[in-house]
Design a protein around this ligand. Structure first.
Ligand SMILES: Nc1ncnc2c1ncn2[C@@H]1O[C@H](COP(=O)(O)OP(=O)(O)OP(=O)(O)O)[C@@H](O)[C@H]1O
Ligand SMILES: [Mg+2]
Length: 403
C-alpha cells in the first residue's frame, strides 16, 4: 500500500464514522421521543381508567332505586323503629347500622329503602323557603350613626337584646332573667324599622326578619306552622334575634265575633305566644317587635315574660330633628347659609320620615332650577310643601295616640 491508498482509506473511514455518528444521534433522538410518547400514553391510560370508574359510579348512582321519605313514629326496645311513610300504614323496620343512634328520634325525617322500608338515613328537618329566606345574611347599610335622636332608646334596645346574647354571664351573676322580647312602639315614620336595621347591621347574632303580614297565610294552620319553623330556625342559628315588623297584623286583639280568616290569624298569634313562652329566657333567642298601633295589640302579647320591655319611639323633638336633618343632608351638596337649627324649629311635628322627605324635596327644588347646591330657601319651601296644609296629616294630628 502506498501513501495515496492509505490517505484515501482513512478519508473513507472518517466519512463513514461521521455518517454513523450522525445516524446514532438521530436514533437517540427518536428513542427519546418514543420514550416520551410512551409516558404520555401511560398517564392518559390512568386518566381514562379513572374517568371510567367515575362514570360507572355515576351510572350506579343514577340507577340506584329511589328512597321514600318518612317520619319516625316510635323507637322500639330492640332498636327497630316504627316509621310512617307517605304510602299509608305505619311499618316496623330496621335502621342501617351506620346511622348514629342519637339521630334516630321520634319525629325525625328519614329516608327509607323502597323495597324494605329500612331507614337509610336521617334528613335535616324541612323548613319553608319563606322561613329560610327570612334570615338576613347581607348586613343592611344602616349603622347607629344613621339614626338620629334616639340615643336612649337605642341604648335600651341594645341592653335588652344584645347584652344578654353576648354577655349572658352578667345576668347570671346578678341573678335576673334578661327580657325576652322588646316591643318598639311609636308613630309611623319615627325610625322603628330603621333602629332594627341598625341592630341587624351591628350584631354578631343571626338576624331573622319577618313582617307580620307574611305570617298570615291562605290555608288553615299554615301561619302557625310558619311561626313554629321560624323559631326553630332561630334556635338552630342561635344566638339570634327575631325581628317581627308590623306586629299588629298578627297581634291584634282576639274578638268574639270573627270570620274564619280572623280565626286563622288568631291561631297564628297563639302559636306566637306559645313560642314566646317556650324557650328559656337565657336561651339564645331574642325577639324584637315593632308596631305603630300598640292600642290594638292583644294584652296577652304584652304581659311580662313575652314582649315585656316596651320601648317608646317618640316623635322627634327639636334637638332630634336637627340631628336627623344633619344625617339626611350628610351626602347632599348644601349651601353655607343653610341653618339646621332654624329648620328644626320650623318643622314642628315632623317625623324622621318627613325630614327625609323634606331633604329630598329641597334637592328637587335645586335640580329644577339647575343648581348643584341646595340653599336655605329650597329647604324652607320643602318644609312648607311637606308639612303644609295636608288634609290627611292634620286629621290625624300625628302622634296623639302616644301622648
Ligand atoms: N330617627 C331617625 N333618624 C334618621 N332617619 C329617620 C329617623 N326616623 C325615621 N327616619 C327616616 O324615615 C324612614 C322611615 O323610617 P322607618 O321605616 O324606621 O319608620 P317606622 O317607624 O318603621 O314606621 P312604620 O311604623 O310606618 O313602619 C327611614 O328610612 C329614615 O330615612
Ligand atoms: Mg316600620
Amino acid at each position: 500500500m502506498d501513501d495515496d491508498q492509505i490517505r484515501e482509506f482513512s478519508e473513507k473511514m472518517s466519512e463513514r464514522i461521521a455518517s454513523l455518528e450522525d445516524r446514532n444521534d438521530k436514533l437517540l433522538e427518536t428513542a427519546r421521543r418514543v420514550e416520551g410518547e410512551k409516558r404520555y400514553a401511560e398517564t392518559e391510560l390512568v386518566r381514562l381508567q379513572k374517568e371510567i370508574r367515575r362514570l360507572k359510579q355515576e351510572l350506579d348512582r343514577l340507577k340506584s332505586p329511589p328512597l321514600i321519605i318518612g317520619n319516625i313514629r316510635d323507637i322500639l326496645a330492640d332498636s327497630r323503629v316504627v316509621v310512617k311513610s307517605s304510602t299509608g300504614p305505619d311499618f316496623i323496620v330496621n335502621a342501617a347500622e351506620y346511622i348514629t343512634k342519637e339521630n334516630l328520634v321520634v319525629g325525625a325525617r328519614v329516608a327509607l329503602n323502597k323495597q324494605t322500608l329500612a331507614v337509610m338515613g336521617v334528613l335535616p328537618p324541612s323548613l319553608d323557603p319563606i322561613v329560610t329566606g327570612a334570615e338576613i345574611i347581607e348586613k343592611p347599610p344602616v349603622s347607629y350613626e344613621d339614626v338620629g335622636g334616639l340615643e336612649g332608646q337605642m341604648r335600651e334596645l341594645r341592653e335588652a337584646v344584645e347584652d344578654p346574647l353576648l354577655k349572658p354571664e352578667l345576668y347570671r351573676k346578678v341573678g335576673i332573667e334578661p327580657p325576652k322580647g322588646v316591643l318598639l312602639v311609636g308613630p309611623p315614620g319615627t325610625g322603628k324599622t330603621l333602629l332594627a336595621k341598625a341592630v341587624a347591621n351591628r350584631t354578631q347574632a343571626t338576624f331573622i326578619r319577618f313582617v307580620g303580614s307574611e305570617l298570615v297565610q291562605k290555608y288553615i294552620g299554615e301561619g302557625a306552622r310558619l311561626v313554629r319553623e321560624l323559631f326553630q330556625l332561630a334556635r338552630e342559628k342561635a344566638p339570634s334575634i327575631v325581628f317581627i315588623d308590623e306586629l299588629d297584623s298578627v297581634g291584634a286583639k282576639r274578638l268574639e265575633v270573627a270570620t274564619s280568616g280572623d280565626r286563622e290569624v288568631q291561631r297564628t298569634l297563639m302559636q306566637l305566644l306559645a313560642e314566646l313562652d317556650g324557650f328559656n329566657p337565657l336561651g339564645e333567642v331574642k325577639i324584637i317587635g315593632a308596631t305603630n298601633r300598640p292600642d290594638i295589640l292583644d294584652e296577652a302579647l304584652l304581659r311580662p315574660g313575652r314582649f315585656d320591655r316596651i320601648i317608646e319611639i317618640p316623635m322627634p323633638g327639636v334637638e332630634s330633628r336637627m340631628t336627623i336633618f344633619k344625617i339626611h343632608t350628610r351626602k347632599m351638596n348644601v349651601a353655607a347659609d343653610v341653618e339646621f337649627a332654624g329648620l328644626a324649629s320650623k318643622s314642628d311635628g315632623a317625623t324622621g320620615a318627613d325630614i327625609h322627605a323634606i331633604c329630598t324635596e329641597a334637592g328637587m327644588f335645586a335640580i329644577r332650577e339647575d343648581r348643584e347646591v341646595v340653599s336655605m330657601a329650597d329647604f324652607e319651601r320643602a318644609v312648607d310643601k311637606v308639612l303644609g296644609d295636608n288634609p290627611i296629616r292634620s286629621a290625624d294630628s300625628s302622634g296623639a295616640m302616644y301622648a
